[in-house]
Design a protein. Structure first.
Length: 160
């Protein structure tokens, strides 16, 4: 979804409100399609004294698997989207601003990129998830097991 920013960058208007729903259910992430609900984006693009910024929040939930115990979970997220927008750059390698080519901003793509960058490296059902027993595969959050942990053969003489 493209938003025309010519009037905003030119100073004719001061703000453009953002209130959108994006369907990312066809977006693959880590081999799965985790977006089961629409992403709600609310905020605004504003021109304050010639400085154009986008400030918004994206709210969504995903259906993923806990990386420790393999249970299906549905965490909810709120991602802040804050960027400076410019029509041209003096240096091509400037990462402080987003270059808005042709005075159009692809808000949907920007939202998806910011979501991917904000996601945790590991999804957990709870912070102190105990995971699975490496011997029998029991979910240690639900029960304990009587498995003896294997002893490293290099240390075996100490345990005899």
């Amino acid at each position: 979804m493209f938003i025309q920013l010519e009037a905003l960058l030119g100073g004719a208007i001061e703000r453009i409100p953002l209130d959108y729903e994006f369907d990312f259910s066809a977006e693959e992430f880590g081999g799965v399609f985790p977006f089961t609900t629409p992403v709600i984006l609310k905020g605004e693009i504003r021109n304050t004294a010639g400085i154009v910024t986008i400030e918004a929040k994206a709210q969504f939930s995903m259906e993923v698997t806990c990386d420790r115990c393999a249970e299906d979970i549905r965490p909810e997220f709120t991602v802040d989207i804050e960027h400076g927008l410019v029509a041209s750059l003096n240096h091509e390698d400037n990462d402080d601003y987003i270059l808005v080519e042709d005075m159009k901003l692809d808000v949907e793509q920007l939202t998806l990129e910011d979501i991917y960058l904000a996601l945790p490296g590991k999804f957990l059902c709870k912070e102190d998830c105990k995971g699975l027993c490496s011997e029998c595969g029991a979910n240690l959050n639900e029960s304990s097991c009587d498995c003896k942990k294997p002893i490293d053969p290099r240390w075996a003489a100490l345990f005899d």
